[in-house]
Design a protein around this ligand. Structure first.
Ligand SMILES: [Zn+2]
Ligand SMILES: [Zn+2]
Length: 84
């Protein structure tokens, strides 16, 4: 049960999970939801563990969102989880 959290000087947060002999590092990014119509009112402070892509423009980078905002964004029809 190894789980440590590390933050860079620039604010990037990493979670380190140890599973047996394997160390897995997950880069933690903030949810970038900026939709005032979302339950978070565009001021989400959770982690963006899902990456969504705009459907109305070419979107190669995607937008990290937390589960709650991702649900709302997918409902709106503006975002998809498929990057193509
Ligand atoms: Zn969010
Ligand atoms: Zn939101």
């Amino acid at each position: 049960m190894g789980h440590t959290v590390q933050a860079d000087e620039d604010g990037t947060v990493y979670h380190h999970h140890r599973t047996g002999d394997t160390m897995q590092t997950i880069k933690v990014v903030p949810c970038e939801c900026s939709d005032p119509g979302c339950p978070c009112m565009g001021k989400c402070t959770l982690y963006g563990n899902t990456t969504l892509y705009r459907v109305d423009m070419i979107d190669k980078t995607g937008t990290p969102m937390c589960d709650r905002c991702a649900d709302d964004a997918l409902d709106s029809g503006v975002f998809t989880i498929d990057n193509n």
